[in-house]
Structures are given as C-alpha cells and as structure tokens.
Ligand binder design. Structure first.
Ligand code: GLA
Length: 426
C-alpha cells in the first residue's frame, strides 16, 4: 500500500471505531428531543391484579386497549400524548422455561407483542415497566442477570419506551447497571426511550447522583418521591425541584429530562385550581407530561386543562429549558419562569396556601428578569387573553386564588400587530 492509502485506511478505521464506541457507550437513540407526553397505569390503577373483583380497572390488556382508544378519541394523541405505558404488575411471577420474561397470561391472554401491535395500529407508541433489581417493587421478576435477553425481548415486542425502576437492588450498582442496560438496549438496534429511576433512589439515600452520567445514559429519570393523588404531594414535589434547581437544571434539555413524576389531574385529589397549578408548573419545568387517569370518567374541566394548547407549547418549547423558581413573595407566593425560543418567556405565579381569600400581587417587570427597553406584550396563558403592553419599569398587577392556584402568563416583544390579534395561540 502507498502511504496515502494507509492514511485513508486509518481514517476509515477510526471513523468506524468512533461510531462503534458511540453505539455502545452513549445513549444515541435520537429520541425525546422534547419532553415525552403519554399515559401510564401506575398512579390511577396501581397494582390491581384481581380481575374478578375489579374487571374494569385491573392491570390487563383490556384496560390498555380501552385507554389507548380513548387517548385517540379524546384528542389526547392529537395534542401530543403519544406513549401508553404499562407500569408494574403486568408480569407473570416466574420467567418462562427458556428464561424469558412473560406477562400474566390470564390478564394478557394475547401476549405483549399483540398488545403493542394494537397500540401501534392506533398511531400510539408502546411503553413497559421493569426493574433493574432481582424483583420489581411489587415483587415480579426483575432484569438483574438477564439484561441482554430482556432488552432483546423488549425489542421483539416493539417496545418504544422502557421505565426501569430500582427496587430490590444495591443502589451502589446503579452507576454501572443502568449504563449496562443502556448498552443492551442500544445493541438491539431498536430505538427505545429509556426512563431511569437511578437518581431517585440515590437522592433518597442521600448519595449525590452523578447527573452528568445519568444524562449521558437515560432519556429521562425520576429524581424524587412517588407522586400521590393530593395537593400535599404535588406541592412537596414542586418545592423539592425548586430547592434543587441549581443542581438539576444544567442536565435538563433535548433528549434528557428530569422527571418529577406523573400528572395526577383528573383523579380524586386535586381541585380545579390545583390541577391548573400542576399543569402550569410541569409545563414551566419542561417535565415529562405523563397522565395517569381513567379516560372513561375524566371530567371535562380536567380534560380541558390537560389539552390546553398554550401550556403544552410552553412544555414542548424546542429550547427545552427547565424553568426556575425566581421569586418568593409574601404569603409563600412563588414565581417561576422559563425562557422560550425566540426570546420569549413564560411565567407562573403560585399561591400554595389555604388562606381563604385571593391575594393581589404587584411585580415590576424588571424583577421578573425582563429588561429590554422596548415594550413587552403580556398574555394570560390558559385562555390566551392579551393583558397589555408593558415597559420593563412598569408593574404588572394580578390576583391569584388561594389553596394551590396559579396565574400563568407570557411575555414577548411588543409588536404593533398585537393591537389586532388579542388572543395568544401558541
Ligand atoms: C416505584 C415507582 C413507581 C411505580 C411503582 C411500581 O414506587 O417509583 O412510579 O413504578 O414502583 O411498583
């Protein structure tokens, strides 16, 4: 070979090795450039497996098929909620004689591949739950010792999203175990969104999670406590994310997201105001929007909140910035803000306390971080109403109802045309 041929060969081999290294050592599935949106069984349907007593709500293919149809018919898919994910309690208590994962065949008689095909036929994507340890949190077989074969099984079932929990495992192993499953998923060649519970268990154990490694391996990750169907639970999660935003936000962005857990809107625990608050804060945080609600019985007002186009657009903004708590005011009112593409900003002011009477707030735009000399157009976010033109030295006055309600608003450069279009449609 001539020396020029050696150089060419060297470059070809280097490029091949680089791409191989990338293939097996970083999550390169190109997925979730925007926060995932979907529906998950856990919060609403938990681990109900007794289909004789609870035929309509037990974890079964019938439940998934019904909710999948309603995701489409109810307009949720059109709004962006595209994943339907089965959480814990879908498995048989033992693996097959060949060592493969298998579903409970009484509740999933057609098998997971048929269910996945059905979900895909509706235009949705299919997700499933497993656990890195010996058993899932509810005691079903975990993946430890079976990573490659289980990744192959998920790929053969055309799974699009894997939630990998961390019960019944040594959390010190997570820093190698979760990346090992990432490698196993990459090796299947099928792009599978990877949701990790890796830092959640470490945070609870007061370890400092390696968020840089986590963001390298996972598309999203649960950071903190399981959400419950109450304002107390939702507010405690909002507080935790506000208190820890400096540590979390640098690792948040297209392809890799912090996850404060499911939306519980439409269930038993939240008032309409508290439901608006969860939707607004999850949108501001660019959090995954994962519903867990019975779509057969959801109220119209809850559905309207979940389908609000402006809030969803704030959540899905391509910059992918995690909003931050920027102010704490009297009455424990807190203001959060999120920078959006094209120099626009969304804000949410939350009045969490049950003081019984609405609170009046007056904030200078400069205290919201708005400092351009030109005027801003302000809009209310839920209804899109135009609030007026403001200079950064002006004060903006608004009222928030108590007990966990919000005022959500939005600022962009004032355009003369704003005089004529008085509704915000993001
Ligand atoms: C853990 C997770 C929950 C859910 C249950 C299932 O608690 O954090 O989101 O998946 O396990 O058993």
């Amino acid at each position: 070979m001539k020396w020029t041929e050696y150089v060419v060969e060297y470059f070809i081999i280097s490029i091949y090795l680089c791409s191989y290294y990338k293939q097996v050592n970083s999550l390169d599935n190109g997925l979730l450039r925007q926060p995932p949106m979907g529906w998950l069984t856990w919060q609403r349907f938990r681990c109900v497996t007794d289909c004789d007593t609870y035929p309509d709500t037990c974890i079964s293919e019938k439940l998934i098929r019904t909710q999948a149809q309603l995701l489409v018919q109810g307009g949720y898919l059109a709004a962006g909620y595209e994943y339907i994910i089965i959480d814990d309690c879908w498995l048989n208590m033992t693996r097959s004689v060949d060592g493969l994962l298998q579903p409970d065949n009484k509740r999933f008689p057609s098998g997971i591949r048929a269910l996945s095909d059905y979900v895909h036929s509706l235009g949705l994507k299919f997700g499933i739950y497993e656990d890195y340890g010996t058993e899932t949190c509810a005691g079903y077989p975990g993946i430890l010792g079976h990573l490659s074969v289980d990744a192959e099984t998920f790929a053969s079932w055309k799974v699009d999203y894997l939630k990998l929990d961390g019960c019944n495992a040594d959390i010190k192993d997570f820093d190698t175990g979760y990346p090992a499953m990432e490698d196993a998923l990459n090796a299947t060649g099928v792009p599978i969104a990877y949701s990790c519970s890796w830092p959640a268990y470490q945070e609870f154990d007061k370890m400092k999670p390696n968020y840089s490694a986590i963001a390298h391996s996972c598309n999203l990750w649960r950071n903190w406590a399981d959400i419950d169907d109450s304002w107390e639970s939702v507010y405690s999660i909002i507080q935790w994310f506000g208190d820890n935003q400096d540590r979390l936000s640098p690792f948040h962005g297209p392809g890799h997201w912090n996850d404060p857990d499911m939306l519980v809107i439409g269930n038993y625990g939240l008032s309409p105001g508290q439901s608006r608050a969860q939707m607004a804060l999850w949108s501001i945080m660019a959090a995954p929007l994962i519903l867990s609600v019975d779509l057969r019985t959801i109220n119209d007002w809850a559905r309207d909140i979940l389908l609000n186009k402006n809030l969803i657009a704030i959540n899905q903004d391509p910059l992918g910035a995690m909003g931050r708590r920027i102010l704490k005011l009297d009455g424990n009112v807190e203001v959060w803000s999120k920078p959006l593409q094209d120099d626009r900003t969304a804000f949410v002011a939350l009045f969490p306390q049950p003081y019984g009477t609405p609170i009046r707030i007056s904030i200078k735009l400069s205290d919201l971080g708005l400092g351009r000399y030109q005027d801003y157009d302000l809009f209310e976010l839920f209804h899109g109403d135009f609030l007026g033109k403001y200079h950064y030295t002006d004060a903006y006055n608004f009222t928030i109802n108590p007990s966990g309600d919000v005022h959500a608003f939005y600022a962009e450069s004032a355009e003369p045309k704003t005089k004529f279009h008085k509704k915000l449609r993001l």
